[in-house]
Design a protein around this ligand. Structure first.
Ligand code: SF4
Ligand code: SF4
Length: 418
């Protein structure tokens, strides 16, 4: 499998350079079709144009000038989840993730007809740029939702929030892991940066608090620069590679300025986006689950038994982008007492896929449905997913609380101190 370099998405001469890049990747495809049955969107429509092989053909046609991207063509490309399940099974090593990102950038340069009406597309961009990628604003909005939920008005809030409302979780995590009292801290083994992204004061706040507590309990000092920003993933996969690159650069500068060379990220999708900083800036970027698994035996704090039945979800960003399909399971296996249950069809995208859950809610909900049915059958105490987007999407439909693996680890560490 080729390993796409996100920095390769930025091209100085938009259309011509993008056309070359698209053709170079697309012509690796021998059209064998092995990837097609692995594609979640193809499984919904059984339309060749909604699968990887069809999308590659469309992109090749556009880049060679033989196909004009009308609204139908744009929609087939737009609805791709960038899950990269196709890439992992491709025997020819087609770099599909890079190809579709370049394709979307190409469509953006051509001002191709929008899949949705132009006015609606502008509203979504505004929402992304003014709320979803702004940590403080999103945090404030989330707190308001939390208050309404506590007052028993969660359903009203979801209805008032319009199309966003159906993406809001029904069950919110209230646990705030205890911070280790300073007199109990092991000697500091070093300082590490903690990337909390735009959701760190909102839906990802419990996982961020857990990550801080866990890092501290392992003897490290987490440094959280306040001026860090969005990882850039939503722009990268939305046809705006230059904006994504600027956001990555900004984060690199912020973490360099606080003097850390290791950045721990809470969430697998942000990690996948930020790994480019390893090559470009020498920053060691690790997802929190992977970082914890890398600790030496003598660094591990005492863990208490947690008697929970846990349904495990594996995000595409963890399985396909980071190639760490077993990371969450391995971390949770270190906690005594947990019974781990695998959600059926874990290799298939849940439909969240960054902004897709908002742009194409029906597609997202159809893809989530079999997972919710599997969760109901398993009847776990808690569902676990290592990506905030997937966790939020699952929590919007599940009757159980959805947490990240680090939250269970932090609970086990805190319980061992009681
Ligand atoms: S990235 Fe996912 S949704 Fe897109 S074509 Fe590949 S398998 Fe299908
Ligand atoms: S992307 Fe790979 S698996 Fe899919 S049709 Fe092309 S060569 Fe075959």
């Amino acid at each position: 499998m080729n390993s796409p370099d996100p920095s390769a998405r930025a091209h100085p001469n938009p259309s011509a350079t993008l056309d070359q890049a698209i053709q170079s990747d697309a012509l690796d495809c021998v059209m064998c079709g092995i990837c097609v049955p692995h594609c979640p969107t193809f499984s919904l429509t059984h339309n060749e144009a909604d699968g990887p092989r069809g999308r590659i053909s469309l992109l090749l046609g556009i880049s060679q000038g033989g196909l004009t991207p009308d609204a139908d063509v744009s929609r087939h490309l737009d609805t791709c989840l960038t899950c990269r399940a196709c890439e992992t099974v491709c025997p020819s090593g087609v770099a599909y993730g890079r190809l579709i990102d370049n394709g979307r950038a190409r469509l953006a340069h051509e001002s191709a007809p929008a899949t949705r009406p132009q006015a609606e597309a502008r509203v979504w961009r505004l929402l992304r740029d003014q709320l979803l990628t702004r940590r403080r604003r999103l945090g404030t909005a989330w707190q308001a939702y939390r208050v309404m939920q506590r007052l028993g008005l969660g359903g009203v809030a979801r209805r008032l929030a319009g199309p966003i409302g159906r993406a809001l979780p029904r069950q919110l995590t209230h646990t705030t892991p205890q911070q280790t009292p300073s007199h109990e801290l092991p000697p500091s083994r070093g300082r590490v940066g903690l990337f909390i992204g735009c959701t760190g004061a909102a839906m990802n706040a419990p996982a961020v608090a857990a990550a801080r507590a866990a890092i501290t309990a392992f003897g490290y000092q987490p440094v959280i620069p306040g001026d860090q920003g969005c990882c850039g993933a939503m722009h990268a996969h939305g046809g705006e590679p230059d904006a994504a690159s600027q956001q990555r650069e900004r984060n690199a500068a912020v973490f360099k300025a606080v003097g850390v060379d290791e950045v721990i990220v809470v969430g697998t999708a942000c990690t996948a986006e930020l790994t480019a900083l390893q090559a470009s800036h020498g920053l060691k970027v690790r997802e929190i689950t992977e970082w914890l698994l890398g600790r030496e035996p003598e660094e591990w704090p005492r863990l208490a038994r947690l008697d929970h039945r846990v349904a495990l979800h594996t995000p595409c960003s963890q399985r396909n982008h980071l190639a760490q399909p077993d990371a969450s399971r391995r971390l949770l296996e270190s906690i005594p007492g947990l019974e781990l249950l695998e959600i059926d069809g874990n290799a298939r995208c849940c439909g969240a896929a960054g902004m897709q859950v908002l742009l194409y809610p029906e597609q997202a909900e159809r893809l989530r449905e079999p997972k919710l049915e599997s969760i109901e059958r398993l009847a776990p105490d808690v569902v676990v997913s290592a990506n905030v987007g997937c966790a939020t999407h699952l929590a919007a439909g599940a009757n159980q609380v959805v947490k990240q693996p680090v939250e269970l680890l932090a609970e086990s560490i805190a319980a061992a101190k009681d």
